[in-house]
Design a protein around this ligand. Structure first.
Ligand SMILES: [Fe+2]
Length: 266
């Protein structure tokens, strides 16, 4: 049997057990790491992700979660995935506990998490959430992205409650004055300052209008859409004006995209 030979970037050759481990990591039969050169790492509100494999629409991200971090309920509308527990991570799938925090604290006699490589399938639009244990959480996200979407980080394809100010929501606080006048205070979730504007409610069409000719369309009791409202000033005025869907905070956010698609296809 020939010894595994590994050559490092300095041209040095190794055949010891550490070299054998590295050979497995690099080998086609082991764990093929195939990292992309862009959109490969992200940090978001106590969660760090690194893409260790990307090939076409397939991707594997290693996710590191800070101690005791709660990952709020969410869906990934354009990604079908397996979430693979490595250690210290509790998961819920459609509100059903898959791995609990009490279980996360246990370890096998050899120190390995009893849930290492246990996984849950998370199909598009399936709500899931998580919780890291006191030493933090580690899991792999093994993904297939929809054909129409270029893979980046899974955090870019997130619909759900925000986890913190790295992904702030645009908050509108609306006060109705009399029958038709609306006083609207807008701000980003992580800012205390914003600006005020007025709206005018039209009871006949069940909508309200803003200055500049914008009319807000009511989707249901918890959502409205502002067609073409997107402030592309954050992109230097370049690119399209997207529709913006507003949702009551929380779980209602999960159905915002579906309602918008239904409205757009009328
Ligand atoms: Fe997720």
């Amino acid at each position: 049997m020939t010894a595994t030979l590994v050559r490092d970037a300095l041209g040095r050759e190794f055949t010891d057990d550490l070299a054998r481990l590295l050979s497995w990591v690099q080998g086609e039969q082991g764990c093929p790491l195939w990292p992309p050169v862009s959109s490969h790492v992200a940090w978001m509100d106590g969660v760090a992700t690194g893409a260790v494999y990307r090939n076409g629409q397939f991707q594997i991200e290693c996710c590191i979660v800070s101690p005791n971090k709660f990952i709020t309920p969410h869906v990934h509308p354009d990604v079908d995935s397996f979430e693979v527990a490595l250690a210290g991570m509790a998961f819920w799938h459609m509100n059903r506990p898959v791995v609990t925090l009490a279980e996360v604290g246990r370890a096998r006699a050899d120190g390995v998490s009893p849930f290492a490589f246990g996984c849950i399938r998370v199909e598009r639009d399936e709500v899931h959430h998580g919780q890291a244990g006191p030493e933090g959480g580690l899991f792999l996200s093994v993904q297939r992205w929809a054909s129409w979407r270029k893979p980046t980080t899974i955090a870019d394809c997130w619909v759900g409650e925000t986890m913190g100010c790295d992904m702030p929501a645009h908050v509108w606080e609306i006060r109705v004055i009399g029958d038709t006048l609306m006083d609207i205070h807008t701000r980003w979730e992580d800012k205390t300052e914003g600006h005020r504007m007025s709206g005018y409610f039209d009871v006949l069409i069940g909508a309200f209008s803003l200055g500049d000719g914008f009319t807000v369309v009511r989707l249901d009791s918890q959502h409205f859409v502002l067609p073409g409202w997107d402030t592309n000033d954050t992109r230097g005025g370049a690119g399209p004006h997207f529709d913006v869907v507003f949702s009551r905070p929380g779980i209602a956010e999960l159905s915002a995209r579906r309602l918008w698609e239904k409205w757009r296809s009328r």
